[in-house]
Write a protein that binds this ligand. Structure first.
Ligand code: SF4
Ligand code: SF4
Length: 456
């Protein structure tokens, strides 16, 4: 079977402190959860409960109001203690509920009723997806119904791509989910395709995870009567950043050219998102928990755990035996690699998009990047932050850019409106590979965000 990959650049990431993802561990129920009222897309939902009120598991806490917001449900039973302000990113302040665990669970451990979604038309399925507040379970966490509307407005036909890419070890949560919930991912893909009106489903699976791809494909085939659409499997590269949308779309375009498939475009969603659609439509359950890869050199026992949404990071690390050394850096990532994570505090909650959390005893850049720097010896006799024109950054750039040149352009104040800066996807490969430890990606991305000529 042909492997569709990006043609140049990329790195092979190995990290002995990431969990292996072969199986998950169910986390203890958290004594307290923190539930933000805004999606990561930024819009606030309107509370329908108030402080002091008793809350049941799976109860509606806040109702979405238009584009960017979604209905929010309680992952645990308990008492709503208070509303707090939470700042997940500088300048982005969100209200959040604090719920303390009390009372009994209505859903946990109970037999699940199944509903026959094949009887519903696409608008009835969309209505359930909206009612249960289903959002992307990675990346930006956008409400799914907004994504559907945008796709349906822009295209008359397209293919749903279920992205099962494991190009770095921090995608262990997706890997584990696909292994353990293969039928939910497969059936969720069919339900999602029907809801959005996709003409075909394509499982895009890393060549290294081929068995998972075949299991998904076979599971869908068993439901062929429900499907009534074309289902295919393609193998992709297993090198970072294969998962990024830009690189993924390049591989899909190659596939399209070769196989004549995907005419009209591709809607790419992760396996956790289609599994959440399955739960909403087939089981009538909102997303109350998610698979999280927990690890890093400061964590005693890295593992994939199934955690309730809203559990605090301190409880998540405690599940993994706590810390073996004091962590210098704690971060959360919804995109796989810690290269793309954001720093976080121990009291921050697991969000729907938190696929990985890690704690390391040194600065994150040191811990991650030193693994790839193969040319340190060349520096003998030179200061370590001087470009030695080795060309490594060019070799690994998947966007075929010259990161050294872009970096120097910013430093010298000569960036101007050079369009090459817009092609950078912020993958971090150049910075990871640079033996001089120059902050190439950091400076390029910061400069692009600011839009100024010099960000150094
Ligand atoms: S220049 Fe941008 S796209 Fe190229 S390797 Fe660096 S971060 Fe990635
Ligand atoms: S990898 Fe670093 S040292 Fe090598 S050419 Fe690029 S910027 Fe210079």
């Amino acid at each position: 079977m042909k492997v569709y990959s990006f043609s140049s650049g990329g790195i092979n990431i190995e990290d002995g402190f990431a969990p292996d993802g072969e199986c998950s561990n169910l986390a203890f129920l958290p004594e307290q959860v923190v539930i933000p009222l805004s999606t990561e897309a930024g819009s606030r939902s309107i509370p329908v409960v108030s402080a002091g009120q008793h809350i049941e598991e799976g109860m509606l806490l806040a109702r979405g109001q238009g584009s960017g917001s979604a209905n929010i449900y309680s992952p645990i039973p308990g008492s709503l203690r208070k509303m707090i302000k939470w700042e997940p990113a500088p300048g982005f302040l969100s209200d959040a509920f604090v719920i303390r665990l009390e009372g009994s669970f209505k859903r946990l451990g109970k037999q699940e009723n199944r509903y026959n979604w094949a009887e519903f038309n696409r608008f009835e399925i969309q209505s359930l997806i909206s009612e249960y507040g289903i959002t992307e379970m990675d990346g930006l966490g956008r409400p799914l119904i907004d994504i559907f509307s945008a796709y349906n407005a822009a295209r008359s036909s397209f293919t749903l791509v279920v992205r099962c890419i494991f190009d770095d070890p921090w995608l262990a949560a997706d890997y584990c989910l696909c292994k353990e919930k293969v039928d939910a991912v497969a059936e969720g893909s069919l339900v999602t395709a029907k809801a959005v009106g996709a003409e075909a489903i394509l499982f895009a699976v890393s060549a290294s995870g081929r068995k998972i791809g075949e299991a998904l494909f076979n599971s869908v085939k068993q439901r062929e009567a429900q499907a009534r659409l074309t289902v295919s499997l393609i193998l992709t590269g297993s090198r970072y950043p294969q998962r990024s949308d830009y690189v993924m779309e390049n591989a899909l375009r190659l596939y399209e050219k070769k196989e004549g498939a995907g005419k009209g475009g591709f809607l790419i969603l992760g396996p956790a998102t289609v599994a959440a659609v399955h739960d909403a439509v087939v089981l009538r359950t909102p997303a109350l928990e998610r698979y999280v890869a927990v690890g890093g050199a400061a964590v005693k026992h890295p593992m994939v755990i199934r955690s309730r949404i809203g559990a605090r990071l301190r409880d998540i690390f405690a599940e993994c035996g706590g810390f073996c050394v004091k962590p210098e850096n704690i971060a959360v990532t919804g995109l796989g690699s810690p290269l793309l994570g954001r720093s976080a505090g121990l009291d921050e909650p697991i969000l729907k998009t938190s696929s990985g959390v890690f704690a390391i005893p040194v600065k994150r850049s040191e811990a991650i990047f030193n693994k790839f720097r193969r040319l340190k010896k060349i520096h003998d006799g030179l200061p370590s932050d001087v470009c030695i024109s080795c060309g490594e950054c060019r070799n690994v750039c998947p966007a075929r850019l010259d990161p050294e040149d872009l970096y120097k352009g910013i430093k010298d104040g000569k960036r101007g409106d050079d369009a090459r800066y817009l092609r950078c996807i912020g993958c971090g490969c150049c910075e990871a590979a640079c033996p001089s430890k120059l902050p190439l990606c950091t400076v390029i991305v910061r400069s692009r965000l600011k839009g100024d000529a010099c960000a150094v």
